[in-house]
Design a binder for this molecule. Sequence first.
Ligand SMILES: Cc1cc2nc3c(=O)[nH]c(=O)nc-3n(C[C@H](O)[C@H](O)[C@H](O)COP(=O)(O)OP(=O)(O)OC[C@H]3O[C@@H](n4cnc5c(N)ncnc54)[C@H](O)[C@@H]3O)c2cc1C
Length: 420
Amino acid sequence: MGGRDEAVEEEALVVGALAAHLDRDRLAAVEARRLDTTVDVQRGADPERVPRAVAVPRAAGGLDAVGRRDGGEGSRHADLVRARLEHERVRVVEAAPPLRDLLPGDSGRLGDLVRARRPPELLTRDHVSRCIVREIKEGRGSPHGGVFLDISWIKARIPHAAEHIKKKLPSMYHQFKQLADIDITQEPMEVGPTTHYIMGGVRVDADTQMSTVPGLFAAGEVGAGLHGANRLGGNSLSDLLVFGMRAGKYAAEFAARQSASRIDPQQADEIVRAALEPFNRQGGGEGPYQVEHDLQTMMQELVGIVRREQEIRRAIDSLKTLRERAAKVSVTGNREYNPGWHTALDLQNLITVSEIVARAALERKESRGGHFRDDFPDKDPNYGKFNIVVRRGSAGEMQVTREPLPEMREDLKRIVEENK
Ligand SMILES: Cc1cc2nc3c(=O)[nH]c(=O)nc-3n(C[C@H](O)[C@H](O)[C@H](O)COP(=O)(O)OP(=O)(O)OC[C@H]3O[C@@H](n4cnc5c(N)ncnc54)[C@H](O)[C@@H]3O)c2cc1C
């Protein structure tokens, strides 16, 4: 079991999922066609309903990992770097879009980035992130590993600047004030880039949102393909509404066409046994948070915003060790709301998704959107002709292939050309 629930398969058809109540000592197998029925795998049948999602998008990589293990495909030059700069004075900002509005009539500037240096324009998030990384690498970082962002300079440009900043950036102002006692209307703040979106994911059919595993549907951030190499700001919500609706509609139609297939209790028991294993290793293994932290740090450093072949290869090697460590972690306490246990379950998926990201990043010897290779800094038009697909091979290994993109319609090509 990976994550807090898991698709349970029957001859490559999803027949249900195993769900854990986060706040109760209860695991339940949910049959795919019988949405109102749950079977408590440890205590016998239970009439209580478990809320069920058609597909569970997972920040911790659950569905991506399930999709890959079960023949699904995913990950196109994605970024998976969940490490955050969370020192008291460093805040993760969404690069800079809100700052664009600071000065009426101004195209926007990223303040005084690292005091002396300043990008001439306000650029896209991936570009700003790379600028920050470069500043840190070249020794101009701030004390807590970020850079300084100063927006107080607008005092020189407009009257009532402090009120203006508070009105335009209320949550940013309050967070800094409350968490770090910094008044961003008067002094610089420390900022750093973090993961904003994963562009890769489970490969789905664009119309139905069904993955290559029959019965497994994915929509939203967990699904791959919609946004290409770089998601534009603000369109995630419309993505969810449009493709979430499609996933629900087609999942219901698909379910209605299936004959009653049942969850194999033995298979469910096996998944439950594996899920509970971290409790039985008490005193043996290390804690899950240490492994998670090391994974985050390693991925941030080696497969982060700026990537290089040697570093990606080192990351793939490190993942082997991390996987071994993750298989031995132990947890204590009860099963009711136990974040340590959930982290232990998430770890396998996080490592799987990290490996997919690393292998796809290695394969893409160019820079495009959120994927930047220091050793291949330019976009290569040949790489725009295929997707990188990662599948599980027959021996359980990851297979990386290039799959040609379908030819774009002429009218769409014209629109792209006109907007270049
Ligand atoms: C800092 C930040 C700012 C952003 N700003 C914008 C913006 O301004 N505009 C925009 O369009 N987009 C923005 N995005 C992106 C957008 O928020 C996400 O892409 C979007 O919320 C993804 O929605 P989702 O439903 O696909 O996944 P999620 O919102 O990640 O939902 C997944 C859900 O599944 C649950 N879950 C996960 N695993 C399990 C499991 N194993 N069992 C049960 N439940 C599980 C999670 O708890 C979660 O509730 C931003 C993202 C970030 C990080």
